[in-house]
Ligand binder design. Structure first.
Ligand SMILES: [Zn+2]
Length: 73
């Protein structure tokens, strides 16, 4: 079960990566718990590794409760 609820909606790893990236992505790995809390609302943060292009691998972080997100770029 790699789909997770984010901001009240069920998302796939690829959909989560696209929310974080703000654009389409090529591949996404399974969603994981990031073991940290959102700096905006204190909600649980989840992470997803994804490839926005063939030459780049990014880890994205997203709050499950609010729009906050960031990447490790
Ligand atoms: Zn939040």
């Amino acid at each position: 079960m790699s789909n997770r609820v984010v901001e009240g909606r069920m998302v796939t790893p690829k959909k989560l990566a696209e929310i974080v990236e703000g654009d389409s992505v090529m591949e996404a790995e399974d969603i994981e718990d990031a073991d940290r809390q959102c700096p905006e609302c204190g909600g649980d943060v989840i992470s997803v590794g994804y490839m926005p292009s063939v030459t780049e691998f990014v880890t994205g972080f997203k709050c499950q409760e609010c729009p906050w997100h960031e990447t490790d770029r």
